[in-house]
Design a protein around this ligand. Sequence first.
Ligand code: NAD
Length: 410
Amino acid sequence: MTPYETTNHFLQEAFDILGLDENYKRLLRTPSRELRVEVVLPRDDGTVESIIGYRVQHDNARGPYKGGLRYHPKVDEDEVRSLASLMTWKTAVVGVPYGGAKGGIAIQPRDYSQAELERLTRAFVRQIHDFIGPDQDIPAPDVNTNATVMGWFFDEYTRLHGFKPGVVTGKPVELHGSLGRGSATGRGCMFALREVLAAAGDSMEGKRVVVQGFGNVGSWGAHLMAEQGAKIIATSDINGGIFNADGLDIPALRDHVERTGSVVDFPGSTPISNDDLLVADCDVLMPAALGHVLTADNAGDVKAKYVLEGANGPCTAEGDAILERNGVVCIPDIYANAGGVTVSYFEWVQNLQNFKWTEEKVNAELDAIMTRAHETLRGVMEEFGVSLRKAAFIQAVRAVKSATDLRGLQ
Ligand code: NAD
């Protein structure tokens, strides 16, 4: 199954449980608009490249389209469509007033200079600017894009449309960004795990955690879970993984990554491959890199009791079914990693009001939203006798359908 087919598989399970008719299923599945644009990039060496960029706007029944922008060689229509759809359901699960969208540019950012990435970002904004805006579609960071890229994005849009900081979130704090946005997705993951453990009468204290991907989501998640008493025994990045049964010193590891650009060769750790790391003996496995890493081939070997989906779409449909059959509790992406879009919402609110919240307020409001969403999902799990993932899709589909019906289809 492709990523988009996988997302539709999870949706279909919710549609079937709710007994929706075929026309409605098609309406909720189909993206509203798909932009495929050519981005022309003059390279530093004087040559010119033509690169393809995408923005898929999936649904806006509950509010403006919202979703990240990814720079990665594997970006294509199918992946962006899948990620846009997931955003529709994610914003509904946590109840922030947005729909879903996603963007992507098919490049390997390592092969480009900072100046080239800036020209590329600005050229992409010029290609899509008529279709985005603070009350239309609001991008944000995702894999290989960060606050700096969002700063360029804001500046280029503002040159075309006047001062509109709310056009994009995840901006630098000095440039209308929100305090707490950098840590938001990892913090939301930590809150989600805390709530799921608490519902089982358990806590994070002493839990052995493995984190795949030590980028924004993985490194913040690891840091905050360790602060709550968990032991991070392994982590990785694209260059390889590291293991220490006694727990990795996360602040020291973050310094090491800052200095060397990778987790590899962290003093006191032994190497572990990204494949072995997924099936390592642990209590919690947090995939926080790319999608489709837990599949029919390896899900049966997962030893963790909990899978905390920091990444979007880390489980294939087959992988998910195997985990559920084996009693592994999956904390699904559309709930677990919704902290990012939630604090993006806080940033947008601050931008619209030209008012700055304290970091304490941001973190407390995020905690309240993640905790409330978990309570709602518990109720749905009991009502339908389903897993957390199915409950999340059921809750999201109900919310989007209800907004669609209330707005009317005339
Ligand atoms: P990032 O670019 O900051 O970090 C990605 C990490 O994954 C890096 O450490 C990278 O080296 C590693 N990686 C990449 N390919 C890998 C591979 N093949 N094997 C192992 N590691 C690999 O990205 P991020 O923002 O942390 O996003 C990670 C995931 O979380 C993505 O799936 C993204 O869609 C999802 N997500 C991010 C946010 C956010 O706010 N940044 C919000 C929700 C979901």
